[in-house]
Design a protein around this ligand. Structure first.
Ligand code: E4P
Length: 223
């Protein structure tokens, strides 16, 4: 089970990578554009923060297969083993995926909205598919059900491709995807924090400290 950060904000990556069991970072062109920095320098800095052993997912910009392959090869060469090239599941994307998977480049199929797209991408050789849960919910579809059907399809057909559920706007969407067997989720820092935060936990800890300090005074620790 993998937890990834869906952001390119260096401060947030630093902070959350330090706090939580993060397996890597996912980006897309919109996420990168928010930071308004040089693309390659930004990816290099992200990689330096998370370390070589964690995943970095970065997306190609072209919409033609040949150019996608060129961009993907460039990224894979530059960022090494744990770089996953995100390729959208448009027609040319599937063509690019077929070529890239034969070359051994790791790929995440992105902008997935149906189980059939996920199936075609898996058949073409991707490592991950990223269904967009909240964007599906926003068009009155059922994002969780799409994730569930993809998980089932891959299991029934014994495909090695994993699901990295994406595009979340609340913690319950993440929770439901995990229950459906999604092998990975990627979410923005705010939602990752909400996976941990609970006001009753905060209140409980405050109570423990205040009870302790009434007897032992401030600053006394267990050691
Ligand atoms: C991840 O692959 C996607 O780029 C991302 O989760 C999309 O999220 P959004 O719908 O919040 O833009």
């Amino acid at each position: 089970m993998l937890i990834l950060l869906d952001t390119a904000n260096l401060e947030e990556i630093k902070r959350l990578n330090d706090l939580y069991p993060i397996d890597g970072v996912t980006t897309n062109p919109s996420i990168i554009a928010k930071e308004d920095k040089d693309f390659l320098e930004l990816l290099t800095e992200i990689k330096n923060i998370i370390g070589q052993d964690k995943m970095l997912h970065a997306q190609v910009l072209s919409t033609g297969a040949e150019e996608m392959v060129e961009e993907a090869e460039f990224l894979a060469e530059k960022f090494g083993e744990n770089l996953y090239v995100k390729v959208p599941v448009i027609f040319e994307g599937i063509k690019a995926i077929k070529i890239l998977s034969k070359k051994g480049i790791k790929i995440t199929a992105t902008a997935v909205f149906t189980p059939q797209q996920a199936f075609m991408a898996a058949k073409a050789g991707v490592n991950f598919v990223a269904p967009y849960v909240n964007r599906l919910d926003n068009i009155s579809a059922d994002g969780i059900n799409v994730v569930s059907e993809i998980v089932k399809l891959f299991k029934v057909h014994q495909l090695d491709t994993k699901v990295i559920a994406a595009s979340f706007k609340n913690v319950n969407q993440i929770h439901q995807c995990l229950l459906q067997g999604s092998q990975a989720i990627t979410a923005n820092p705010e939602l990752i924090e909400k996976l941990v935060y609970h006001p009753m936990t905060e209140l409980g800890v405050e109570g423990f400290i205040s009870d302790w300090e009434k007897v032992y005074g401030q600053g006394k620790k267990v050691n």
